[in-house]
Design a protein around this ligand. Structure first.
Ligand code: GUN
Length: 300
């Protein structure tokens, strides 16, 4: 069997178009433009690329983009001062502080200084608690993107066996919470899980978010399962030339796609959904801040 390939590039474009339409309606009906502030500290090249893409797609969706670039040696106090100003700025509906932060900063302290209503990453401890208790939260973008893809594939997820491989605060844990909220039977597997292959083979939905290149192979997958690969790993590719690399996921695509019913590729699967969901979250935050109804089809 050969799996259906879930096209994250096309689906994320649809989500961004939906965001754009609702932003246009918000402007026309209420004169409100959602605004997203992105803060980048230092010059990590991967972070610079992310931030540039975020800014570009924010503007394309009709929103305001505010970029704040700070030197790597900026003090934590100065960053907290900027966060406080963004919290107080009514034109800013979403705040994202790009991670990782330089080593001299306490990332938890910075994230928890963001107004939870503007925390479009969903990393603030209040949002973590709201999600875990089934209340209205800001939901982390990557798991939200995975959930949207799964709902698009299956409609109702109720009663499905879901296995999440990985227990990070950014993906694994919130992913498990979202699947539980959609009435899946959820297992979180990780590096210490015994007989992890057997656990994974129970899954109707398998989400791989461990950061280990091609760890999940075809023999870990139940025939017909839906496989969502969150991993983005750069591995050496000598076949492309000396010093060259290629991107692979946490799933061994070649063997997995022979067994799965549907699978996300890397690149072009989950990756593009993250920024689309960031835009969706910014629109959601803006609607909530103005006492307007939630945007349609863009929330958990
Ligand atoms: N760095 C890499 N991905 C992310 C993300 O989704 N949010 C933040 N804040 N930093 C990141």
């Amino acid at each position: 069997m050969s799996a259906k390939i879930i096209d994250g590039k096309a689906f994320s474009a649809e989500v961004r178009a939906r965001v754009g339409e609702q932003v246009a309606r918000l402007k026309a009906a209420h004169g409100i433009t959602p605004g997203l502030a992105v803060v980048l500290v230092g010059e990590d090249p991967a972070s610079q690329v992310y931030v540039r893409n975020k800014g570009k797609q924010t503007v394309e969706a009709g929103m305001e983009s505010f970029e704040h670039k700070l030197d790597a040696d900026t003090s934590e106090a100065a960053l907290l001062d900027l966060v406080a100003r963004l919290n107080a700025d009514p034109a800013v509906h979403g705040i994202l502080v790009q991670l990782p932060l330089p080593g001299h900063m306490n990332a938890d302290a910075v994230i928890n200084a963001i107004d939870p209503a503007k925390d479009v990453d969903g990393f603030h401890i209040s949002n973590v608690g709201l999600l875990a208790t089934g209340q209205k939260a800001m939901v982390p973008c990557t798991p939200l993107g995975c959930l949207m893809m799964l709902r698009d594939q299956h409609g109702d997820l109720s009663g499905m066996n879901a296995v999440v491989v990985g227990r990070s605060n950014i993906v694994g844990k919130p992913m498990a919470q979202l699947l539980l909220r959609d009435s899946c039977t959820v297992t979180i597997a990780h590096s210490r899980t015994r007989e992890i292959e057997t656990v994974c083979r129970q899954a109707d939905i398998l989400v791989a978010a461990v950061g280990r290149p091609e760890m999940v192979t075809g023999d870990w997958i139940r025939p017909g399962a839906t496989v969502i690969d969150v991993g983005i790993n750069r591995v050496p590719a000598p076949e492309k030339g000396e010093g060259k690399h290629r991107l692979v996921g946490d799933v061994h695509f070649e063997s997995a796609s022979q067994v799965a019913g549907a699978i996300t590729p890397v690149p072009g699967g989950v990756g593009p959904m993250t920024i689309a969901c960031l835009l969706a979250n910014t629109l959601t935050a803006c609607c909530r801040a103005n006492g307007l109804p939630e945007p349609e089809g863009l929330t958990a």
